[in-house]
Design a protein. Structure first.
Length: 138
């Protein structure tokens, strides 16, 4: 696993934890930051994205809420919601190509969630992509 993939995987787990605690966990962040598989700028990515997701949590949740379909937010599996928050944050606030963010989110839910989750997450992220890139919809 590359350093960036490992950083995103760790970020995903930190966000998952945040969804339950509703506050940042410095101890968990420190444990992931000490992972020798994550190098330099990927450590910074993980830390800044973690705090960025927390800082923008309400706005990110609003985006998920607007594209979630018939499910209530409470019914979205937490592993799926974690992947959505990571991907939407990357798409909205970083230079990471949107296709990479979507692809990586799909890989996370294939690893950590249900068999059907990748289709649901992909559908929401496709809608977010269209919202963020209206020029590509013409």
């Amino acid at each position: 696993m590359t350093s960036r993939k490992q950083a995103r995987d760790s970020l995903y787990k930190l966000v998952y934890e945040y969804l339950f605690l509703k506050e940042p966990n410095e101890k968990s962040l420190g444990i992931f930051m000490s992972d020798s598989a994550i190098k330099g700028e990927d450590l910074e990515y993980m830390k800044s994205a973690y705090y960025g997701i927390i800082e923008n949590h309400d706005a990110l949740i609003e985006i998920v809420d607007s594209f979630k379909g018939k499910f209530s937010l409470e019914r979205i599996f937490k592993p799926d919601l974690s992947a959505l928050l990571v991907a939407i944050y990357e798409m909205k606030f970083t230079n990471i190509p949107h296709s990479v963010s979507i692809s990586e989110a799909i890989e996370l839910v294939k690893t950590y969630s249900t068999e059907q989750s990748n289709k649901y997450v992909n559908g929401i992220l496709a809608s977010v992509f269209k919202m963020l890139n209206p020029q590509e919809n013409t």
